[in-house]
Design a protein around this ligand. Sequence first.
Ligand code: ADP
Length: 421
Amino acid sequence: MKKAVVLILILSLAGLGAIQYRFLQIGLKYAKARFDQQMGQAMQAAQQGLYPETQLTVLLAAIVTGEQGNFQLGVDTLADAGRNFFKDYLKDRMLGKGVNVDFDFALTDVPGKNSYLQSAGYVASSDFMDYQAPVNGYISEQCQCNLYLHVKAHNLLSYLLGQLNVLIILNVAFFGLVAFCFLWLIYLLRQQATLDEVKNDFINNLTHELKTPVFTIGMTAKMLQERCTSDKDLQYLEIIREENELLKKHIDKVLELASMENGRQAVERQVLDVHEVLEEAVAGFRLKVEQQKGSFTFRREAENAIAFIDPVHLGNAVHNLLDNALKYSAPPVEIELHTYNKSGKLCIAVKDKGKGIGSEHKDRVFRKFYRVPDGDVHEVKGFGLGLSYVRQAVRMHQGEALLDSTPGKGSTFTIVLPLHH
Ligand code: ADP
């Protein structure tokens, strides 16, 4: 169960991560579209500014044509000046359209083979970071050629991610929070599992240690009873013996359940007539009910009661149900053990007319240590282990334990077992 929860959590986290990643991709696509639009506008603005005769276009025309004209500068110095002024010019147009990205540029002829002027880092290749526009007007008239302007954005991906900054930070923060909670949950689950183990070990060790003194008390009480002559003392010794028996029963119940949970309990299943096992289980019980002036009936209606069972565990389970029926009924006690076949299965029902169980407790009563809350007082003492044992034993037989109950009217616990074919 816990493993399944961890697996579901891991899958959810992976799914959540994948969805976040997809959202990020969509966000990037959207940011790129917006960037393309801004760059388109910036290129248009640059085109328009390069159309008339200005200081810049005159300088650029001199570089493109190779005729220095009025510029009393060497070719290289002229090109350097052109690069600087042109870069500033382009940067200004781009900032005007809201684009603040590092870039390289080039002025080429139309096929883009011949570059008249370019920044140091410019590499001719057309990719998603490359923006182009024709340059008409003064410069192309001077050189009698067709010109193209290329602008290439640097590190566009990090620039676009920068635009999505808030979104990414929130994304990472929330994802981190969910991952943290997830790890915390796993830590708590593991801690709980360890704690459960420690608790169970403690209970089992304690009950085991109690066995020897209980056995010794029983033996000693028996020996004293044999020697004792006083009626009063005999009575006291009988009380000690009875209470000791009760204690022994409780200890055995805890140990049986623990060993069954650990899978240490030997299970010896055989093909048997369940009626015979039930007859043995009810023999002493009938007497007990009669002592309390109650009535007990055993209705053997199942035509087929042959099943593959462990007689000890099945007997104990039925015994627990009968014991409960007696414990939780007020006189006059009316208990019935009923077997029948239904849907190809064998049903063993224990019916009482006792206090009943509310629907909100129906599933919980089969849990270990669960007792129906009774205010602060529990009229009937117990540890909440009997039904847990019943469920374990029945599951061991690939069967199920059912409960039908009406508070104030009584309960019917039914063990459903597969038949042997
Ligand atoms: P215990 O009887 O030792 O408390 P069980 O596991 O046998 O433990 O039962 C769990 C709880 O279910 C009991 O505390 C009781 O409240 C309720 N219960 C069990 N059997 C009956 C019954 N026949 N009628 C009413 N309540 C019952």
